[in-house]
Design a protein around this ligand. Structure first.
Ligand code: GLA
Length: 388
């Protein structure tokens, strides 16, 4: 049901030789992620519970002595080259902006790195909201700092990668994706407090409990993602200002009715209701995982979806169709995962229901006239690391 998780190392080394005329000095791998629960909470100083996917992105790299950076990708034709000196937001075209932004963030903060050749390949389905961009930034930072012997701690790599997206690529994302890429552990879900940046590894042994996590890549075109994302973020920050709190994290579920009464319009009230209740759902989910009751998180996942669909308004028809189809085929719970406006759905299903849930999604998509979705299973996997 799913393709290979890792890029073929030997093949990548061969292609690196063809592209750059020498051997790579090292390879780094960074996974994609899904978020179990805790959506649009990271930039509100709240809680999230992501995990790394087995699908990953690999960078083969070698140093060069002329202070320039060469970038190729096995997935896209064409080559990019830019100078490290004088790197600034807006100076590097789209094709290499994530790599350039990552190196810029390192240089801007005094890390001693030099020229590089980078070849990227990936098994993360592109454009599906599974954090290819965070994986790309993290792997670039690991490659550059690994080759030049100046390696930051994993949480620091996550922060630098977020800075690359925020300040160079101009995507105002939170820290959830990069943390998932860097800090995830096999068989665990990563509980992330986005204010203190304290993380905890929570037990998530699906097989031991007879459940499977299905990922449905709806392939719905992700339109207006960045503008709508930035607009959601502004609404939340504005609501926090009106309520006189540092961030929406500071509004508890008990205080929600009073907070809602102070907000000026329906849309702001809806957005705030989502964030406050979502933080609570993350805490409840973590509690259930700690008690060894992962099967029981299903209703929380579905409640999160309803909140993201109706209050935060980041769903699309393909996504709702996938959620409804898995639930009608007896999934324990299902929700959109990631920023939204398209992308993927996750469903927690009994092992014996994997085929019927998959079939239910496929036939619902075909009945609605949507393109065929991709369905695969996901096990919580290891965060980014050096391959060789
Ligand atoms: C995107 C962003 C994250 C987070 C999610 C929504 O993936 O990159 O920082 O805000 O959306 O939870």
């Amino acid at each position: 049901m799913s393709g290979p998780s890792y890029v073929d190392e030997q093949g990548l080394a061969t292609r690196f030789g063809e592209a750059f005329g020498r051997e790579p000095e090292g390879m780094w791998v960074a996974p994609g992620r899904i978020n179990l629960i805790g959506e649009h909470t990271d930039y509100n100083d709240g809680f999230a519970l992501p995990m790394a996917l087995p699908h990953s992105l690999t960078i083969a790299a070698a140093r060069r002595t002329d202070g320039r950076v060469g970038v190729r990708s096995s997935r896209f034709p064409g080559a990019h080259e830019f100078d490290l000196s004088g790197l600034a937001p807006g100076t590097v075209p789209d094709g290499a902006a994530y790599q350039a932004g990552s190196l810029w963030a390192l240089l801007d903060e005094g890390h001693r790195i030099g020229g590089l050749d980078l070849l990227v390949d990936s098994t993360i389905p592109a454009g599906s909201g599974l954090s290819t961009s965070a994986a790309l930034c993290c792997a670039t930072i690991l490659a550059a700092t690994g080759l030049y012997g100046d390696e930051p701690a994993p949480a620091e790599v996550a922060r630098l990668a977020q800075r690359a997206e925020n300040d160079f690529v101009d995507m105002p994302c939170g820290i959830m994706d990069q943390s998932a890429v860097m800090l995830s552990d096999e068989g665990r879900a990563l509980f992330l407090d986005c204010r203190s940046l304290v993380t905890e590894q929570e037990p998530f042994d699906l097989a031991a409990h007879g459940v499977t996590l299905l990922v449905v890549d709806t392939k719905a075109p992700r339109r207006l993602v960045e503008g709508a994302y930035a607009e959601r973020r502004r609404t939340c920050e504005n609501a926090a200002r009106i309520l006189g709190v540092r961030a929406l994290r500071d509004v508890t579920v008990d205080a929600l009715p009073k907070a809602l009464a102070e907000l000026p319009d329906e849309v702001t009230r809806d957005r705030v209701r989502h964030v406050v209740t979502e933080n609570d759902r993350v805490l409840e989910t973590v509690e259930l995982l700690r008690e060894g009751r992962p099967r029981e998180v299903g209703p929380l996942l579905t409640a999160s979806h309803v909140s993201l669909r109706d209050d935060f308004e980041v769903s699309v028809p393909e996504v709702d169709t996938a959620v409804d189809a898995t639930l009608s085929a007896a999934a324990l719970g299902a929700r959109i995962t990631g920023g939204g406006f398209g992308g993927c759905v996750i469903a927690l299903v009994d092992d014996g229901r994997v085929d019927s849930c998959t079939e239910a999604v496929r036939s619902a998509f075909s009945e609605r006239g949507f393109g065929a979705p991709e369905v695969f299973t996901a096990l919580p996997s290891k965060g980014a690391h050096r391959l060789r």
